[in-house]
Ligand binder design. Structure first.
Ligand SMILES: Cc1cc2nc3c(=O)[nH]c(=O)nc-3n(C[C@H](O)[C@H](O)[C@H](O)COP(=O)(O)O)c2cc1C
Length: 324
Protein backbone atom coordinates (compact mmCIF):
# COMPACT_ATOMS: atom_id res chain seq x y z
CA UNK A 1 0.00 0.00 0.00
CA UNK A 2 1.15 3.49 -0.78
CA UNK A 3 -0.40 6.42 1.07
CA UNK A 4 0.70 9.91 2.02
CA UNK A 5 1.76 8.44 5.36
CA UNK A 6 4.04 5.77 3.90
CA UNK A 7 5.56 8.40 1.59
CA UNK A 8 6.06 11.06 4.24
CA UNK A 9 7.46 8.71 6.88
CA UNK A 10 9.45 6.50 4.53
CA UNK A 11 7.81 3.28 5.74
CA UNK A 12 6.44 0.24 3.93
CA UNK A 13 3.02 -0.18 5.56
CA UNK A 14 0.61 2.56 6.77
CA UNK A 15 0.67 1.24 10.34
CA UNK A 16 2.07 3.20 13.30
CA UNK A 17 2.60 2.11 16.91
CA UNK A 18 1.53 4.98 19.17
CA UNK A 19 3.64 6.07 22.14
CA UNK A 20 2.87 3.99 25.23
CA UNK A 21 4.07 4.77 28.71
CA UNK A 22 6.19 1.85 30.10
CA UNK A 23 5.59 -0.19 26.91
CA UNK A 24 7.28 1.88 24.20
CA UNK A 25 10.83 0.62 24.68
CA UNK A 26 13.35 -0.10 21.92
CA UNK A 27 12.30 -3.79 21.76
CA UNK A 28 8.77 -2.94 20.61
CA UNK A 29 9.59 0.13 18.50
CA UNK A 30 12.31 -1.72 16.57
CA UNK A 31 10.07 -4.77 16.03
CA UNK A 32 7.34 -2.57 14.53
CA UNK A 33 9.80 -0.70 12.34
CA UNK A 34 11.50 -3.89 11.21
CA UNK A 35 8.06 -5.18 10.22
CA UNK A 36 7.59 -2.17 7.93
CA UNK A 37 5.48 0.02 10.24
CA UNK A 38 6.60 2.97 12.32
CA UNK A 39 7.70 2.10 15.86
CA UNK A 40 7.68 4.80 18.52
CA UNK A 41 9.81 5.02 21.67
CA UNK A 42 7.96 6.71 24.52
CA UNK A 43 10.14 9.60 25.66
CA UNK A 44 8.88 9.91 29.22
CA UNK A 45 9.23 6.19 29.93
CA UNK A 46 12.92 7.01 30.19
CA UNK A 47 13.76 8.50 33.59
CA UNK A 48 16.00 11.24 32.18
CA UNK A 49 16.74 12.90 28.81
CA UNK A 50 20.16 11.17 28.88
CA UNK A 51 18.47 7.79 29.27
CA UNK A 52 16.26 8.65 26.28
CA UNK A 53 19.37 9.29 24.17
CA UNK A 54 20.64 5.83 25.15
CA UNK A 55 17.29 4.20 24.36
CA UNK A 56 17.30 5.74 20.87
CA UNK A 57 20.83 4.43 20.34
CA UNK A 58 19.69 0.98 21.52
CA UNK A 59 16.79 1.06 19.06
CA UNK A 60 19.15 2.07 16.27
CA UNK A 61 21.22 -1.05 17.06
CA UNK A 62 18.08 -3.13 16.52
CA UNK A 63 16.75 -1.55 13.32
CA UNK A 64 17.98 0.46 10.38
CA UNK A 65 14.40 1.51 9.52
CA UNK A 66 12.76 4.81 10.53
CA UNK A 67 11.35 5.05 14.06
CA UNK A 68 10.06 7.94 16.17
CA UNK A 69 9.94 9.27 19.73
CA UNK A 70 6.73 10.26 21.54
CA UNK A 71 6.66 13.39 23.71
CA UNK A 72 3.52 13.49 25.87
CA UNK A 73 2.82 16.83 27.49
CA UNK A 74 0.20 16.09 30.17
CA UNK A 75 -0.33 16.95 33.83
CA UNK A 76 1.90 14.60 35.83
CA UNK A 77 2.30 13.91 39.54
CA UNK A 78 6.03 14.75 39.25
CA UNK A 79 7.06 17.82 37.13
CA UNK A 80 8.79 16.91 33.85
CA UNK A 81 11.62 18.90 32.15
CA UNK A 82 9.91 18.84 28.74
CA UNK A 83 12.41 21.21 27.08
CA UNK A 84 15.27 18.89 28.01
CA UNK A 85 13.45 15.86 26.62
CA UNK A 86 12.71 17.80 23.40
CA UNK A 87 16.40 18.71 23.12
CA UNK A 88 17.38 15.07 23.69
CA UNK A 89 15.07 14.07 20.82
CA UNK A 90 16.85 16.54 18.55
CA UNK A 91 20.28 15.40 19.77
CA UNK A 92 19.35 11.75 19.21
CA UNK A 93 19.05 12.36 15.47
CA UNK A 94 15.55 10.87 15.28
CA UNK A 95 13.63 12.45 12.38
CA UNK A 96 10.02 11.84 13.44
CA UNK A 97 8.27 12.90 16.65
CA UNK A 98 4.80 12.10 17.93
CA UNK A 99 3.53 14.82 20.27
CA UNK A 100 0.42 14.49 22.41
CA UNK A 101 -1.39 15.93 25.38
CA UNK A 102 -1.05 19.65 24.76
CA UNK A 103 -0.44 22.11 21.91
CA UNK A 104 3.13 21.32 20.72
CA UNK A 105 3.69 24.85 19.34
CA UNK A 106 6.46 25.82 21.81
CA UNK A 107 8.56 22.86 20.58
CA UNK A 108 7.97 23.23 16.85
CA UNK A 109 10.79 25.71 16.05
CA UNK A 110 13.29 23.34 17.68
CA UNK A 111 11.97 20.27 15.86
CA UNK A 112 11.58 22.05 12.51
CA UNK A 113 15.12 23.44 12.65
CA UNK A 114 16.36 19.87 13.08
CA UNK A 115 14.32 18.64 10.09
CA UNK A 116 12.05 16.56 12.32
CA UNK A 117 8.57 15.67 11.10
CA UNK A 118 5.89 16.20 13.74
CA UNK A 119 2.82 13.98 14.10
CA UNK A 120 0.50 15.54 16.66
CA UNK A 121 -2.08 13.29 18.28
CA UNK A 122 -5.41 15.02 18.89
CA UNK A 123 -8.86 13.99 20.02
CA UNK A 124 -10.91 16.64 18.21
CA UNK A 125 -11.22 18.33 14.84
CA UNK A 126 -10.54 21.76 16.33
CA UNK A 127 -7.23 20.57 17.76
CA UNK A 128 -6.37 18.84 14.46
CA UNK A 129 -7.00 22.06 12.53
CA UNK A 130 -4.90 23.97 15.04
CA UNK A 131 -2.07 21.44 14.63
CA UNK A 132 -2.23 21.89 10.86
CA UNK A 133 -2.19 25.67 11.23
CA UNK A 134 0.87 25.77 13.48
CA UNK A 135 2.84 23.60 11.05
CA UNK A 136 2.57 19.98 12.17
CA UNK A 137 3.25 17.60 9.28
CA UNK A 138 0.55 15.10 10.17
CA UNK A 139 -2.01 14.40 12.85
CA UNK A 140 -3.23 11.26 14.54
CA UNK A 141 -6.96 11.57 15.11
CA UNK A 142 -7.67 9.71 18.36
CA UNK A 143 -11.34 8.75 18.69
CA UNK A 144 -13.35 8.08 21.85
CA UNK A 145 -12.54 4.35 21.52
CA UNK A 146 -8.86 4.90 22.22
CA UNK A 147 -6.73 3.82 25.15
CA UNK A 148 -5.26 6.58 27.26
CA UNK A 149 -6.70 10.06 26.97
CA UNK A 150 -9.72 10.37 24.64
CA UNK A 151 -10.44 13.99 25.70
CA UNK A 152 -13.82 15.17 26.91
CA UNK A 153 -15.86 15.36 23.67
CA UNK A 154 -16.73 11.65 23.40
CA UNK A 155 -16.86 11.63 19.59
CA UNK A 156 -16.06 8.30 17.96
CA UNK A 157 -13.94 7.75 14.87
CA UNK A 158 -17.01 7.12 12.68
CA UNK A 159 -17.58 10.87 12.87
CA UNK A 160 -14.09 12.22 13.53
CA UNK A 161 -12.40 10.58 10.55
CA UNK A 162 -14.78 11.75 7.79
CA UNK A 163 -14.70 15.21 9.37
CA UNK A 164 -10.90 15.15 9.35
CA UNK A 165 -10.98 14.09 5.70
CA UNK A 166 -13.25 16.99 4.84
CA UNK A 167 -11.35 19.64 6.70
CA UNK A 168 -7.65 18.79 6.90
CA UNK A 169 -5.11 19.25 4.14
CA UNK A 170 -2.26 17.43 5.87
CA UNK A 171 -2.24 13.61 6.01
CA UNK A 172 -3.78 11.98 9.05
CA UNK A 173 -3.72 8.67 10.86
CA UNK A 174 -6.84 7.06 12.30
CA UNK A 175 -6.19 6.18 15.94
CA UNK A 176 -8.30 4.41 18.52
CA UNK A 177 -10.12 1.15 18.01
CA UNK A 178 -7.91 -0.30 15.27
CA UNK A 179 -6.57 -3.82 15.43
CA UNK A 180 -7.31 -5.69 12.24
CA UNK A 181 -7.51 -5.44 8.46
CA UNK A 182 -11.17 -4.44 8.50
CA UNK A 183 -10.19 -1.46 10.61
CA UNK A 184 -7.37 -0.47 8.27
CA UNK A 185 -9.60 -0.73 5.19
CA UNK A 186 -12.32 1.29 6.97
CA UNK A 187 -9.84 3.95 8.06
CA UNK A 188 -8.58 4.35 4.49
CA UNK A 189 -12.17 4.45 3.24
CA UNK A 190 -12.99 7.23 5.68
CA UNK A 191 -10.12 9.33 4.38
CA UNK A 192 -7.25 8.47 6.71
CA UNK A 193 -3.79 7.70 5.30
CA UNK A 194 -3.05 4.93 7.78
CA UNK A 195 -3.73 3.70 11.31
CA UNK A 196 -2.11 4.24 14.68
CA UNK A 197 -2.50 1.45 17.25
CA UNK A 198 -1.64 1.22 20.92
CA UNK A 199 -3.60 -1.55 22.62
CA UNK A 200 -3.16 -4.05 19.76
CA UNK A 201 0.63 -3.62 19.86
CA UNK A 202 0.65 -4.24 23.65
CA UNK A 203 -0.56 -7.75 22.92
CA UNK A 204 2.39 -8.85 20.78
CA UNK A 205 5.36 -11.07 21.49
CA UNK A 206 7.76 -8.15 21.52
CA UNK A 207 5.82 -5.85 23.86
CA UNK A 208 8.06 -5.71 26.97
CA UNK A 209 5.31 -6.46 29.52
CA UNK A 210 4.34 -9.51 31.57
CA UNK A 211 2.52 -12.35 29.78
CA UNK A 212 -0.38 -12.14 32.32
CA UNK A 213 -1.29 -8.66 31.06
CA UNK A 214 -1.32 -9.82 27.44
CA UNK A 215 -3.31 -12.96 28.27
CA UNK A 216 -5.88 -10.97 30.26
CA UNK A 217 -6.35 -8.70 27.26
CA UNK A 218 -6.80 -11.68 24.94
CA UNK A 219 -9.58 -12.91 27.25
CA UNK A 220 -11.21 -9.47 27.59
CA UNK A 221 -14.23 -8.23 25.68
CA UNK A 222 -15.06 -4.79 24.31
CA UNK A 223 -16.83 -4.10 27.61
CA UNK A 224 -13.65 -4.41 29.67
CA UNK A 225 -12.46 -0.81 29.61
CA UNK A 226 -13.35 1.95 32.04
CA UNK A 227 -13.25 5.74 31.91
CA UNK A 228 -11.57 7.27 34.94
CA UNK A 229 -10.67 10.87 35.87
CA UNK A 230 -13.93 12.00 34.21
CA UNK A 231 -14.69 14.13 37.24
CA UNK A 232 -11.26 15.79 36.91
CA UNK A 233 -11.83 16.53 33.18
CA UNK A 234 -8.71 14.54 32.36
CA UNK A 235 -10.47 11.37 31.21
CA UNK A 236 -8.44 8.21 30.72
CA UNK A 237 -9.58 4.91 29.23
CA UNK A 238 -8.03 2.04 31.17
CA UNK A 239 -8.51 -1.68 31.59
CA UNK A 240 -11.48 -2.36 33.90
CA UNK A 241 -9.78 -4.15 36.78
CA UNK A 242 -10.59 -3.88 40.49
CA UNK A 243 -8.43 -0.76 40.89
CA UNK A 244 -10.19 1.08 38.03
CA UNK A 245 -13.51 0.13 39.65
CA UNK A 246 -12.37 1.56 43.00
CA UNK A 247 -11.36 4.81 41.28
CA UNK A 248 -14.74 5.05 39.55
CA UNK A 249 -16.54 4.43 42.85
CA UNK A 250 -14.62 7.28 44.51
CA UNK A 251 -15.37 9.57 41.57
CA UNK A 252 -19.07 8.70 41.75
CA UNK A 253 -19.35 10.01 45.32
CA UNK A 254 -21.31 13.23 45.77
CA UNK A 255 -19.26 16.42 45.45
CA UNK A 256 -15.95 17.14 43.77
CA UNK A 257 -13.29 14.45 43.52
CA UNK A 258 -10.07 15.29 45.22
CA UNK A 259 -7.09 13.78 43.34
CA UNK A 260 -5.53 13.03 46.74
CA UNK A 261 -8.33 10.47 47.29
CA UNK A 262 -7.30 8.39 44.27
CA UNK A 263 -3.59 9.16 44.00
CA UNK A 264 -2.54 6.01 45.90
CA UNK A 265 -4.49 3.84 43.44
CA UNK A 266 -3.28 5.37 40.19
CA UNK A 267 0.43 6.06 40.85
CA UNK A 268 2.39 5.44 37.65
CA UNK A 269 4.95 3.36 39.51
CA UNK A 270 2.26 0.78 40.35
CA UNK A 271 1.26 0.51 36.71
CA UNK A 272 4.87 -0.07 35.82
CA UNK A 273 5.23 -2.76 38.50
CA UNK A 274 2.07 -4.44 37.21
CA UNK A 275 3.61 -4.62 33.73
CA UNK A 276 6.77 -6.15 35.24
CA UNK A 277 5.34 -8.69 37.68
CA UNK A 278 1.95 -9.48 36.08
CA UNK A 279 -0.06 -8.73 39.26
CA UNK A 280 -3.18 -7.52 37.43
CA UNK A 281 -4.76 -5.69 40.38
CA UNK A 282 -1.73 -3.73 41.50
CA UNK A 283 -2.57 -0.52 39.63
CA UNK A 284 -4.14 0.74 36.44
CA UNK A 285 -3.12 0.44 32.81
CA UNK A 286 -4.37 2.08 29.63
CA UNK A 287 -6.39 -0.10 27.25
CA UNK A 288 -8.82 0.65 24.44
CA UNK A 289 -12.16 -0.88 23.43
CA UNK A 290 -10.28 -2.77 20.71
CA UNK A 291 -9.40 -5.38 23.38
CA UNK A 292 -12.68 -6.92 22.22
CA UNK A 293 -11.04 -7.67 18.85
CA UNK A 294 -7.80 -9.13 20.23
CA UNK A 295 -7.56 -12.89 20.52
CA UNK A 296 -3.93 -13.79 20.04
CA UNK A 297 -0.36 -12.72 20.82
CA UNK A 298 1.43 -12.58 17.45
CA UNK A 299 4.82 -11.09 16.62
CA UNK A 300 4.67 -7.54 15.28
CA UNK A 301 5.68 -8.84 11.85
CA UNK A 302 2.84 -11.40 11.84
CA UNK A 303 0.37 -8.79 13.04
CA UNK A 304 1.27 -6.09 10.54
CA UNK A 305 1.42 -8.42 7.57
CA UNK A 306 -1.94 -9.96 8.55
CA UNK A 307 -3.58 -6.53 8.89
CA UNK A 308 -2.25 -5.33 5.55
CA UNK A 309 -3.13 -8.59 3.78
CA UNK A 310 -6.68 -8.54 5.19
CA UNK A 311 -7.19 -4.89 4.24
CA UNK A 312 -5.88 -5.45 0.71
CA UNK A 313 -8.20 -8.42 0.32
CA UNK A 314 -11.20 -6.40 1.50
CA UNK A 315 -10.39 -3.53 -0.85
CA UNK A 316 -9.50 -5.51 -3.96
CA UNK A 317 -11.92 -8.40 -3.54
CA UNK A 318 -14.94 -7.73 -1.33
CA UNK A 319 -15.42 -4.02 -2.14
CA UNK A 320 -14.42 -4.35 -5.78
CA UNK A 321 -17.01 -7.09 -6.32
CA UNK A 322 -19.73 -4.90 -4.81
CA UNK A 323 -19.13 -2.29 -7.47
CA UNK A 324 -19.06 -4.83 -10.30
C1 LIG B 1 -0.51 1.12 27.73
C2 LIG B 1 -0.71 2.37 26.94
C3 LIG B 1 0.01 3.50 27.27
C4 LIG B 1 -0.15 4.68 26.53
N1 LIG B 1 0.63 5.75 26.84
C5 LIG B 1 0.59 6.86 26.04
C6 LIG B 1 1.50 7.92 26.23
O1 LIG B 1 2.33 7.91 27.14
N2 LIG B 1 1.43 8.97 25.39
C7 LIG B 1 0.53 9.02 24.36
O2 LIG B 1 0.55 9.99 23.60
N3 LIG B 1 -0.35 8.03 24.14
C8 LIG B 1 -0.33 6.95 24.96
N4 LIG B 1 -1.18 5.89 24.70
C9 LIG B 1 -2.15 6.01 23.59
C10 LIG B 1 -1.62 5.36 22.29
O3 LIG B 1 -0.48 5.98 21.80
C11 LIG B 1 -2.68 5.42 21.19
O4 LIG B 1 -3.02 6.76 20.91
C12 LIG B 1 -3.94 4.67 21.60
O5 LIG B 1 -3.60 3.47 22.23
C13 LIG B 1 -4.81 4.38 20.38
O6 LIG B 1 -5.93 3.66 20.73
P1 LIG B 1 -5.99 2.05 20.68
O7 LIG B 1 -5.41 1.60 21.97
O8 LIG B 1 -7.43 1.76 20.54
O9 LIG B 1 -5.17 1.59 19.51
C14 LIG B 1 -1.07 4.72 25.45
C15 LIG B 1 -1.80 3.58 25.13
C16 LIG B 1 -1.64 2.41 25.85
C17 LIG B 1 -2.43 1.20 25.47
Amino acid sequence: MRTRVTELLGIEHPVVQGGMQWVGLAELASAVSNAGGLGIITGLTQPTPEALLKEVARCRDMTDKPFAVNLTILPTIKPVPYEEYAQAIVDSGVKIVETAGRNPEPFLPLFKAAGIKVIHKCTSIRHSLKAEKIGCDMVSVDGFECAGHPGEDDVTNMILLPLAARRLKIPFLASGGFGDGRGLAAALAMGADGINMGTRFMVTQEAPIHHNVKQRMVEASELDTALIYRSLRNTARVFKNSVAEQVMAIEARAGETNFEDIKHLVAGVKGRELFNDGDLDKGIWSAGMVVGLIDDIPTCAELISRIVREAEHIISDRLERMIA
